[in-house]
Ligand binder design. Structure first.
Ligand SMILES: [Cu+2]
Length: 177
Protein backbone atom coordinates (compact mmCIF):
# COMPACT_ATOMS: atom_id res chain seq x y z
CA UNK A 1 0.00 0.00 0.00
CA UNK A 2 2.99 2.32 0.27
CA UNK A 3 3.07 4.33 -2.91
CA UNK A 4 5.72 6.97 -3.63
CA UNK A 5 4.30 10.47 -4.15
CA UNK A 6 5.66 10.55 -7.71
CA UNK A 7 3.38 7.67 -8.75
CA UNK A 8 0.31 9.65 -7.66
CA UNK A 9 1.51 12.64 -9.68
CA UNK A 10 2.03 10.43 -12.72
CA UNK A 11 -1.54 9.09 -12.48
CA UNK A 12 -2.97 12.61 -12.16
CA UNK A 13 -1.04 13.86 -15.17
CA UNK A 14 -2.17 10.82 -17.15
CA UNK A 15 -5.81 11.52 -16.31
CA UNK A 16 -5.45 15.12 -17.45
CA UNK A 17 -3.99 13.99 -20.76
CA UNK A 18 -6.82 11.49 -21.27
CA UNK A 19 -9.40 14.20 -20.67
CA UNK A 20 -7.78 16.44 -23.25
CA UNK A 21 -7.62 13.61 -25.78
CA UNK A 22 -11.27 12.70 -25.26
CA UNK A 23 -12.27 16.32 -25.89
CA UNK A 24 -11.01 16.15 -29.43
CA UNK A 25 -11.93 12.50 -29.98
CA UNK A 26 -8.57 10.96 -30.74
CA UNK A 27 -8.32 7.25 -29.98
CA UNK A 28 -4.65 7.20 -30.87
CA UNK A 29 -3.68 9.79 -28.31
CA UNK A 30 -5.54 8.17 -25.45
CA UNK A 31 -4.27 4.64 -26.08
CA UNK A 32 -0.68 5.87 -26.31
CA UNK A 33 -1.09 7.81 -23.10
CA UNK A 34 -2.60 4.83 -21.28
CA UNK A 35 0.41 2.74 -22.24
CA UNK A 36 2.79 5.40 -21.01
CA UNK A 37 0.97 5.80 -17.72
CA UNK A 38 0.99 2.09 -16.86
CA UNK A 39 4.65 1.89 -17.82
CA UNK A 40 5.36 4.78 -15.50
CA UNK A 41 3.52 3.06 -12.64
CA UNK A 42 5.74 -0.01 -12.80
CA UNK A 43 8.92 1.96 -13.44
CA UNK A 44 11.14 3.49 -10.80
CA UNK A 45 10.22 6.75 -9.13
CA UNK A 46 12.75 8.64 -11.25
CA UNK A 47 11.36 7.35 -14.53
CA UNK A 48 7.75 8.13 -13.64
CA UNK A 49 8.64 11.73 -12.84
CA UNK A 50 9.89 12.44 -16.35
CA UNK A 51 7.33 10.42 -18.36
CA UNK A 52 4.18 12.49 -17.59
CA UNK A 53 5.88 15.74 -18.56
CA UNK A 54 6.70 14.29 -21.98
CA UNK A 55 3.20 12.93 -22.66
CA UNK A 56 1.54 16.18 -21.56
CA UNK A 57 3.60 18.12 -24.09
CA UNK A 58 2.67 15.70 -26.87
CA UNK A 59 -1.04 15.94 -26.08
CA UNK A 60 -0.95 19.74 -26.16
CA UNK A 61 0.74 19.72 -29.57
CA UNK A 62 -1.74 17.11 -30.83
CA UNK A 63 -4.82 19.00 -29.80
CA UNK A 64 -5.04 21.28 -32.81
CA UNK A 65 -2.36 19.72 -35.00
CA UNK A 66 -0.65 21.48 -37.86
CA UNK A 67 -2.17 24.72 -39.17
CA UNK A 68 -3.03 25.16 -42.83
CA UNK A 69 -3.37 28.80 -43.79
CA UNK A 70 -5.95 29.21 -46.55
CA UNK A 71 -5.62 32.43 -48.51
CA UNK A 72 -8.70 33.27 -50.53
CA UNK A 73 -9.29 36.01 -53.07
CA UNK A 74 -5.83 37.48 -52.79
CA UNK A 75 -4.22 38.82 -54.90
CA UNK A 76 -7.11 38.12 -57.34
CA UNK A 77 -10.78 37.51 -56.46
CA UNK A 78 -10.58 33.82 -57.43
CA UNK A 79 -7.09 33.17 -56.05
CA UNK A 80 -6.93 30.25 -53.63
CA UNK A 81 -3.80 28.93 -51.92
CA UNK A 82 -2.79 26.69 -49.04
CA UNK A 83 0.34 26.85 -46.92
CA UNK A 84 1.68 24.32 -46.31
CA UNK A 85 0.27 21.97 -48.98
CA UNK A 86 1.26 18.83 -47.09
CA UNK A 87 0.56 18.02 -43.42
CA UNK A 88 0.61 15.04 -41.10
CA UNK A 89 -2.58 13.07 -40.42
CA UNK A 90 -4.63 13.79 -37.31
CA UNK A 91 -6.18 17.02 -36.19
CA UNK A 92 -5.56 19.72 -38.78
CA UNK A 93 -6.49 23.35 -38.17
CA UNK A 94 -7.62 25.34 -41.21
CA UNK A 95 -7.50 29.10 -40.88
CA UNK A 96 -9.17 30.71 -43.89
CA UNK A 97 -8.99 34.39 -44.69
CA UNK A 98 -11.11 36.01 -47.38
CA UNK A 99 -9.06 38.87 -48.74
CA UNK A 100 -11.48 39.70 -51.57
CA UNK A 101 -14.59 41.80 -52.08
CA UNK A 102 -17.23 39.03 -52.26
CA UNK A 103 -18.28 36.10 -50.06
CA UNK A 104 -16.37 32.83 -50.42
CA UNK A 105 -16.37 29.44 -48.69
CA UNK A 106 -13.92 26.62 -48.02
CA UNK A 107 -14.90 23.00 -48.63
CA UNK A 108 -12.58 20.06 -47.86
CA UNK A 109 -13.03 16.87 -49.91
CA UNK A 110 -11.16 13.59 -49.48
CA UNK A 111 -10.73 12.42 -53.05
CA UNK A 112 -8.02 11.04 -55.30
CA UNK A 113 -9.20 13.51 -57.97
CA UNK A 114 -6.71 16.33 -58.57
CA UNK A 115 -8.14 19.69 -57.52
CA UNK A 116 -8.37 20.86 -61.14
CA UNK A 117 -10.18 17.70 -62.32
CA UNK A 118 -13.26 17.32 -60.12
CA UNK A 119 -16.45 16.15 -61.86
CA UNK A 120 -19.07 18.90 -62.16
CA UNK A 121 -22.43 18.78 -60.39
CA UNK A 122 -23.77 21.48 -62.70
CA UNK A 123 -22.33 24.04 -65.08
CA UNK A 124 -21.18 26.18 -62.17
CA UNK A 125 -20.48 23.83 -59.24
CA UNK A 126 -18.15 20.89 -58.65
CA UNK A 127 -19.54 17.68 -57.16
CA UNK A 128 -18.60 17.49 -53.47
CA UNK A 129 -17.39 13.90 -53.37
CA UNK A 130 -15.78 12.79 -50.11
CA UNK A 131 -16.93 15.89 -48.19
CA UNK A 132 -15.19 15.98 -44.79
CA UNK A 133 -15.88 19.52 -43.61
CA UNK A 134 -16.30 23.12 -44.58
CA UNK A 135 -16.34 26.73 -43.56
CA UNK A 136 -19.61 28.10 -44.94
CA UNK A 137 -20.11 31.59 -46.25
CA UNK A 138 -17.08 33.63 -45.30
CA UNK A 139 -17.73 37.35 -45.81
CA UNK A 140 -15.14 39.55 -47.50
CA UNK A 141 -12.40 40.57 -45.12
CA UNK A 142 -13.09 37.91 -42.48
CA UNK A 143 -11.19 34.91 -41.09
CA UNK A 144 -12.60 31.64 -39.74
CA UNK A 145 -11.01 28.50 -38.35
CA UNK A 146 -12.08 24.85 -38.27
CA UNK A 147 -10.30 21.77 -36.96
CA UNK A 148 -10.78 18.54 -38.93
CA UNK A 149 -9.47 15.06 -38.25
CA UNK A 150 -7.83 13.93 -41.48
CA UNK A 151 -6.61 10.50 -42.52
CA UNK A 152 -3.65 10.11 -44.88
CA UNK A 153 -4.45 10.68 -48.53
CA UNK A 154 -5.18 13.31 -51.16
CA UNK A 155 -7.62 16.13 -50.50
CA UNK A 156 -9.08 18.87 -52.64
CA UNK A 157 -9.91 22.15 -50.95
CA UNK A 158 -12.16 24.53 -52.85
CA UNK A 159 -14.71 27.31 -52.87
CA UNK A 160 -17.86 25.90 -54.46
CA UNK A 161 -20.01 29.00 -54.71
CA UNK A 162 -21.40 29.15 -58.26
CA UNK A 163 -18.59 29.69 -60.76
CA UNK A 164 -15.83 29.99 -58.17
CA UNK A 165 -14.38 26.49 -58.60
CA UNK A 166 -14.16 26.99 -62.36
CA UNK A 167 -12.71 30.42 -61.70
CA UNK A 168 -9.73 28.77 -60.01
CA UNK A 169 -10.67 28.58 -56.32
CA UNK A 170 -9.23 25.14 -55.61
CA UNK A 171 -6.04 23.58 -54.27
CA UNK A 172 -4.53 20.15 -53.56
CA UNK A 173 -3.65 19.06 -50.04
CA UNK A 174 -1.63 15.97 -49.20
CA UNK A 175 -2.00 14.32 -45.78
CA UNK A 176 0.83 12.02 -44.80
CA UNK A 177 1.17 9.41 -42.06
CU1 LIG B 1 -15.38 31.75 -53.78
Amino acid sequence: MRRPTTIVLAAAAGAAVLTGAAACGSDNTSSTTAGDTSAATTATATASTTAPAATTTTAAADKEGPVVTVRMASPKEFSFSLAPRSVKAGHVTFTATNGGTMTHEMVVLKTAMPAAKLPMESATKAREIGHVGEIGDLPAGSTKTIILTLKPGHYTVLCNLPGHYRGGMRADLTVTR
